[in-house]
Design a protein around this ligand. Structure first.
Ligand code: NAP
Length: 308
């Protein structure tokens, strides 16, 4: 078993390599920080990310705190705007309007999920797509799917960046995506079939109504599992030498950890890993790359790479 990050040329012919998302994310954040330093030294503007957090959901608090910390590591300015869970949709829309108008804010996110009385879709569509660094606005989703420059949603962008940094071949490969959500399954499937690298794959998307999911997986050169179903992918579903990207993160009760739960992926790691050429662990695989992609999008928002 090897953990070889970052220097593609040094990857050995080991039968199985662990894709180290944590180390890759650290390296990318350092690259972003160096670029921000140069921009600021040349008299340019420090990128500024704002995050809107509604309520006190434990998971959302953790994610937003991690995003603010990542901003610091990248040399960005960050602003956290908090609302209680009883904020009205109208108040939240007014906040989005202010952020859309604020010239100092390059990009912003509204942390999901939102309380039930607020329409998430309405909120997403109210965000100026030029500041939509989460890449959830239909304009960014649409532009991504037709191969135009756009803010790509963070988890799919992180997955592609990992494939790229590990020099994993995708052209002509059969990629099976498990899950068809708007934030992971659909966009990652769309990116894997785009012309170019990483992409050019033949993509199959499976979901809860798929009848031949196991047969599809057995034919896959690359499996991207985004189901939210712990240890769903077993060794008898994977062909030898496959590349496995495990997006799943489910909190499963545990007597071993101090917190009382264990973050568990969609892949039964111990039995699947020995069959693979590459595999992402949980935690430490796709997870760290998601926040890192948000940072990359924020850098692009600051530089006005996609939109003026
Ligand atoms: P989601 O919106 O719940 O979608 C899950 C998808 O998987 C759906 O398309 C569903 O099919 C399909 N599915 C679920 N169970 C299945 C089964 N037993 N057989 C076949 N298909 C099944 O989830 P998501 O937001 O995409 O997230 C997926 C997982 O990734 C979760 O564990 C989430 O926590 C994790 N995640 C991690 C990160 C990260 O940064 N690491 C980011 C985002 C998500 P239907 O459409 O037919 O219902």
């Amino acid at each position: 078993m090897k953990s070889e990050a970052l220097n593609n040329n040094q990857l050995t012919e080991s039968p199985m390599n662990i894709i180290d998302g944590k180390a890759t994310a650290q390296q990318i954040k350092a690259e972003i920080a160096a670029e921000v330093k140069e921009i600021v030294a040349a008299g340019g503007k420090q990128p500024h990310l704002a995050a809107v957090l509604v309520g006190h959901d434990g998971g959302s608090e953790t994610y937003v705190a991690a995003k603010c910390k990542a901003c610091e590591e990248c040399g960005f300015k960050s602003t956290l705007i908090r609302y209680e869970a009883d904020v009205t949709e109208q108040e939240l829309l007014a906040c989005i309007d202010r952020l859309n108008q604020d010239a100092d804010i390059d990009g912003f996110i509204v942390q999901l999920p939102l309380p039930k009385h607020i329409s998430e879709q309405k909120i997403i569509e109210a965000i100026d797509y030029r500041k939509d660094v989460d890449g959830f606005h239909p304009i960014n989703v649409g532009r991504t799917s037709i191969g135009l420059p756009a803010f790509v949603s963070a988890t799919p962008a992180g997955i592609l960046e990992l494939l790229k940094r590990y020099n994993i071949e995708t052209a002509g490969k059969h990629c099976v995506v498990l899950g068809r959500s708007n934030i992971v399954g659909k966009p990652v499937a769309s990116l894997m079939m785009q012309k170019g690298y990483p992409g050019d794959a033949t993509v199959t998307v499976c979901h809860s109504k798929s009848k031949d999911l196991k047969e599809q997986c057995l034919k896959a050169d690359i499996i991207i599992a985004a189901l939210g179903s712990p240890e769903f992918v077993k060794a008898d579903m994977v062909k030898d030498g496959a590349v496995i990207v495990d997006v799943g993160t489910t909190r499963v009760p545990s007597t071993v950890t101090k917190s009382g739960f264990k973050l568990t992926g969609d892949v039964k790691f111990d039995e699947v890993a020995p069959k693979c050429s590459y595999i992402t662990p949980v935690p430490g695989g796709v997870g760290p790359m998601t926040i890192c992609s948000l940072m990359m999008n924020t850098l692009h928002a600051g530089k006005k790479t996609y939109y003026r």
